[in-house]
Design a protein around this ligand. Structure first.
Ligand code: ASP
Length: 410
């Protein structure tokens, strides 16, 4: 059995075991969960998280040094960020339209009076963007502040290119560091089927199924929007911009989606999604190294979809109509909120407070959906990282063609 099949089988088995135990033998689940699923899941999470900071650092230094001239880096940067912004806008709009048509918030009685949620944790996006240059790069690494880490690494990459011969030694050191990290990713991935099984069994087994039934229509709208966005926006990117077969793309990228699904963390999935993109999708290393870590940090289409649907849902549940102007505000703030969302579990929901606040919707409304958010978080994280890979493939293919043309002209 190859790794993809093993991971998919582990996901399905983990879900079945979690569900069956939850419904038929909760006590047995408690024991198994405490002594088996949680420890195995946590070990897997720690193993991949351990690789994230050094991998992102080494690969971005190499990526920006490998791209060579600043003009090329600028062009790739503009293409990447442009793609991220446009697709995230499309994502929110799909979420809003679907929720406006299906009206999940009008489909039942929701306890709006009893809903509670406190907002203290949401950091303003302006602050995140202003702090993009680290005062202390070691601190940024220690805290795992991805944006700061990326900026520092790009600077180092630039310097290595500018200094050329003088710093050849450091460049080969970084290269070897990257080799070591990629080797370790491959090693850790052998453990992935067990890790994903355990994480899924915990996630599914600890759900309150009554809550899920009550929130069924909201969940279905989010899932449908995630599916439509993946099929049309990413499928379209692969087919028309990268000129590749979308089925090939989704099939090759499936192991990374499986890991995202079980970990609910774009950051934790990064080592795997980069490996898959470089090895199986043949995205050139400097491009994957630049696009994917940046995407895992700022490009969250799945999260934006959830925020669009959730905003509509909460407005409907509270019986509040949103004007066209307010909807435009929702699109803008959801794009910003998804940029500000860190690639770790559950943060998208906290950032939703910002979107609701921007159009005066009650932030306590988040209390209505918090109970079932974990299942949606798994799915939207898989979409989040797929968007990054689609972008990496698109940028990689168009840059390849450009180089070929340049060679042809020479
Ligand atoms: N868990 C998501 C991610 O890591 C972020 C979120 O929407 O909560 O991509």
């Amino acid at each position: 059995m190859n790794l993809t099949t093993k991971i998919v089988a582990a996901l399905v088995l983990g879900a079945i075991v979690g569900l069956l135990l939850n419904l038929t033998a909760p006590n047995v689940f408690e024991v198994l969960n405490t002594y088996l699923f949680v420890p195995v899941g946590q070990i897997f999470l720690s193993l991949i998280n351990m690789l994230v900071v050094p991998l992102v650092f080494f690969s971005i230094v190499l990526g920006s040094a490998g791209l060579g001239d600043p003009q090329k880096l600028g062009r790739i940067g503009a293409k990447t960020i442009g793609y991220f912004l446009i697709t995230t806008c499309i994502a929110v709009i799909i979420g809003l339209i679907l929720a406006a048509v299906i009206q999940p918030g009008a489909a039942g009685e929701f306890d709006t009076a009893g809903a509670e949620f406190s907002t203290e944790e949401a950091p303003p996006v302006s602050e995140t963007l202003m702090n993009i240059i680290p005062k202390n790069p070691i601190n940024a690494m220690a805290e795992g502040n991805m944006l700061q880490l990326i900026v520092f690494a790009v600077f180092i990459g630039f310097a290595l290119t500018a200094l050329g011969e003088k710093t050849k030694g450091i460049l080969s050191l970084v290269n070897q560091g990257n080799e070591i990290m990629m080797y370790l990713v491959g090693l850790v991935m052998r453990f992935a089927p067990y890790g994903t099984f355990a994480l899924i069994a915990t996630a599914i087994g600890t759900q309150g199924w009554n809550a899920i039934l009550a929130m069924g229509s909201y969940m279905l709208v989010v899932l449908a929007a995630l599916f439509i966005h993946s099929a049309i926006t990413y499928g379209g990117t692969v087919a028309f911009l990268a000129k590749k077969n979308p089925l090939w793309f989704f099939k090759k990228f499936a192991p990374a989606m499986g890991v995202a699904f079980s970990t609910s963390s774009s950051n934790a999935t990064l080592p795997v999604s980069m490996e898959v993109a470089q090895r199986d999708l043949k995205v050139p290393e400097p491009i994957s190294s630049f696009v994917q870590p940046l995407g895992a940090t700022i490009n969250m289409d799945g999260t934006a979809i959830m925020q669009g649907v959730a905003t509509m849902f909460i407005a409907q549940a509270y019986g509040i109509d949103l004007t066209m102007g307010e909807l435009a505000t929702v699109v803008l703030t959801a794009v910003l909120a998804s940029i500000g969302t860190a690639g770790v579990p559950g943060v998208g929901l906290i950032m939703l407070a910002m979107v609701l606040g921007s159009v005066g919707l009650p932030v306590e409304g988040i209390g209505l959906i918090i109970g079932i958010d974990r299942l949606l978080d798994m799915t939207r994280t898989a979409v989040n990282i797929t968007g990054d890979a689609a972008c990496a493939l698109y940028v990689g293919e168009t840059e390849k063609n450009r180089n070929l043309q340049a060679v042809g002209r020479a």
